[in-house]
Unconditional design. Structure first.
Length: 256
């Protein structure tokens, strides 16, 4: 899905609110002794944020192009494998994280795998960045991308690639609204404000990194033109506003 835009993804996608990283790690001692598994790591944007706290991170990512586009970090090791079958030992990880990735996975198989590789005292963190429409510039930017998407596809949803998309959406709703998922307990939700400084090149690059807009052709060319009209000049910087949403939970006890 992201192979052809891996370089744009690495360069222009936002990182995550520092407060969200701190909340994930809250209560852990001796951070250098922890092992985190970042699943669906992409180009390692969040993997590096965690590693910067001195934590060893195994970044699980099935797309080799994304791995090759990643900026190296001495504490981040990539594994080219899937969320549903990480090939890691039972009780291996102190923390499992998914940053703007969980919606791409098989819902139950991935959660069962996360439960398996987590220590009983471990923690699962599901995190998303979403544009904050309360900010005028961000709202106008996201509206232009949605317009391009509407011209490109009949539905705007990251779940289009799944034949059971409606079922998957229902299960995600259980997490978002009811805060329930199988194999885990004590689900808590947090939201944090975040922002990204952008110029025109970055706004175009971020748009190209999205899965729901075309990456070439007339619709893409119109989107680039519309983004040029949105800004005052190529050099002017703007802020894209985000809300980083974090779900934290603990694994249920596994039957022997």
């Amino acid at each position: 899905m992201f192979s052809e835009v891996s370089s744009e993804y690495a360069k222009y996608r936002a990182n995550y609110a520092n407060n969200s990283i701190e909340k994930i790690l809250e209560g852990f001692e001796n951070l250098s002794q922890l092992i985190a598994v970042d699943v669906g790591a992409g180009t390692g944007i969040a993997s590096r944020q965690i590693a910067e706290r001195g934590i060893r991170v195994l970044a699980v990512e099935p797309d080799l192009a994304m791995i090759r586009a990643a900026t190296p970090h001495p504490l981040v090791e990539f594994r080219e494998t899937a969320a549903e079958a990480t090939n890691l030992p039972d009780g291996f990880a102190d923390i499992v994280t998914c940053f703007t990735a969980f919606h791409w996975f098989d819902f139950e198989r991935s959660l069962k795998e996360f439960q398996r590789i987590l220590k009983p005292s471990g923690r699962l963190a599901l995190v998303w960045n979403s544009w904050d429409s309360r900010d005028l510039f961000t709202r106008r930017y996201s509206q232009l991308l949605r317009k391009a998407s509407q011209q490109y596809r009949t539905k705007i949803t990251p779940y289009n690639n799944f034949p059971t998309g409606s079922v998957k959406l229902a299960r995600m709703a259980m997490l978002w609204h009811l805060r329930w998922i199988p194999y885990f307990q004590c689900i808590l939700r947090y939201r944090f404000a975040h922002q990204q400084v952008m110029n025109l090149a970055a706004l175009v690059g971020c748009a190209r990194s999205q899965s729901f807009v075309p990456h070439e052709g007339a619709v893409w060319e119109q989107l680039v033109a519309d983004l040029g009209d949105l800004v005052e000049s190529r050099e002017t910087t703007y802020h894209l506003a985000y809300r980083t949403t974090l779900f934290l939970s603990q694994p249920l006890h596994r039957a022997a």
